[in-house]
Write a protein that binds this ligand. Structure first.
Ligand SMILES: *Cc1c(COP(=O)(O)O)cnc(C)c1O
Length: 411
């Protein structure tokens, strides 16, 4: 290997050089903050030059347990030394335990293991349609799925077919038919859209990408009752809201409702490997038979080992409790900033969407200023930033991030 190749492989270049090197060779489908992370532990990341930042984004909630949680790293190492991939052509000795654990954790019966969030959503759509034809009796190819305005469910062709974000759709048609979009948090509109062709209502219990939009108390209960009455499935996309983020294992628990189908991802892979799953009642997932759906990597032993370790962490309830307790600190801190640069915020557990006075800056500009203060966040839309630290963040770390935000807002 030449020195230049070694250099490329081992990254001995500066942040500025590395950012410059990306532009000609990397698709520009993201606009990252100008920070080049080289290592991380817990709630902290370190860049190429050794500067440290508090990670208040946590991989869009893929890092709920922080960077390199020791129990997760240990589970991954142990599995790497034994078996990593079999394909589902054979059984592996880790998958049964993962599926049992995840079903017990969520209160549902059966698990379909996949890899990314978008794949879980796609799989959920396929299962809901098949359920509609085989169980509900919807005429062939007529099934509809009702979704909400402002949704974010991923980036595949079918999923962007029912996005209401023009940036996510423009240039990617033709789109998949069979979706009806209604306003979020509006039970009357939902009721009007559901009919005898409806396979499912697919919603996020809290809309993350839209800016952490929390529906009114009673909305999720209403969706549960309506879908039961209309004989269609309630599918909750908990890919971002689930697995401890809101102070409960699932966001739907805040209203004590159990959907027919849950879509999980992000934190399920412990920040180590992509792991997602459709978790559902037995009669729903039972519509899939051999050959009808699959994934080469879905349910691989490395993913199952890490996923099992994630389930074990959540079974203790400690992360949910900590997120609920520190969620109060976050809420009080943001309430204290309201009127001082913050025009409004929505929070549940360790998850907040914070609207910043646009005269202070766009969400992007606020994020850049916070970065210079040593705090990493991400804007969602316009002047809204999202705060979602690892659930392992300490009270001192959280308070210091709030202090940084106050300094940025005061200019
Ligand atoms: C991130 C996300 C997805 C898509 O997950 P990917 O792993 O990026 O495909 C789907 N739904 C919600 C609610 C998400 O936050």
């Amino acid at each position: 290997m030449s020195i230049a190749q070694t250099d490329r492989t081992h990254g001995a270049r500066s942040s500025a050089e590395l950012i410059g090197a990306e532009a000609p060779v990397l698709a520009h489908n993201y606009h990252p903050l100008p920070v080049v992370v080289a290592r991380a532990e817990g709630a902290w990341v370190e860049d190429v030059e050794g500067r440290r930042y508090l990670d208040m984004l946590a991989g869009y909630s893929a890092l709920n347990f922080g960077h390199r949680h020791p129990a997760l790293i240990e589970a991954a190492h142990r599995q790497l030394d034994r078996l990593t991939l079999t394909s589902r052509a054979f059984h592996n000795d880790r998958l049964a335990g993962f599926a049992e654990g995840l079903a017990a954790l969520t209160g549902l019966d059966m698990v379909l293991p996949m890899n990314t969030g978008a794949e879980a959503v796609e799989s959920g759509i396929k299962v809901a349609r098949k359920w509609a034809y085989e169980v509900k009796g919807v005429p062939r190819d007529r099934a509809t799925i009702v979704v909400a305005d402002g949704n974010f469910h991923g980036r595949t062709t079918t999923i962007v077919s029912f996005s209401t974000d023009e940036t996510a759709r423009a240039g990617f048609g033709p789109f998949t038919p069979g979706f009806r979009v209604v306003p979020y948090n509006d039970l009357a509109a939902l009721e009007a859209a559901v009919d005898e062709t409806t396979a499912a209502v697919l919603i996020e219990p809290i809309q993350g990408e839209a800016g952490v939009i929390i529906p009114d108390e009673g909305y999720l209960t209403g969706v549960r009752e309506l879908t039961r009455r209309a004989d269609c499935l309630f599918v909750a996309d908990e890919i971002q809201s689930g697995l401890g983020r809101t102070g409960r294992t699932l966001a739907v628990e805040h209203e004590n409702v159990l959907p027919d189908m849950l879509l999980l991802g992000k934190a399920l892979g412990g920040g180590i490997v992509p792991v997602s799953a459709v978790v559902a009642r037995r009669e729903v997932l039972a519509v899939l038979r051999p050959g009808e759906h699959g994934s080469t990597f879905g349910g691989n032993p490395l993913s199952a080992a890490v996923g099992s370790a994630v389930v074990a962490l959540l079974e203790t309830g400690e992360f949910q409790e900590h997120a609920a307790a520190l969620g109060e600190v976050l809420r009080e801190g943001l309430a204290g900033l309201t009127g001082k640069g913050v025009t409004g915020f929505r929070s549940r557990g360790l998850w907040a969407g914070v609207d910043v006075d646009p005269s202070i800056g766009t969400g992007r500009e606020i994020s850049e200023r916070l970065m210079r203060e040593g705090v990493l966040v991400k804007d969602t839309h316009g002047s809204t930033i999202r705060l979602a630290p690892p659930l392992t963040v300490t009270e001192d770390e959280l308070r210091s991030a709030l202090d940084s935000l106050e300094r940025v807002l005061l200019g």
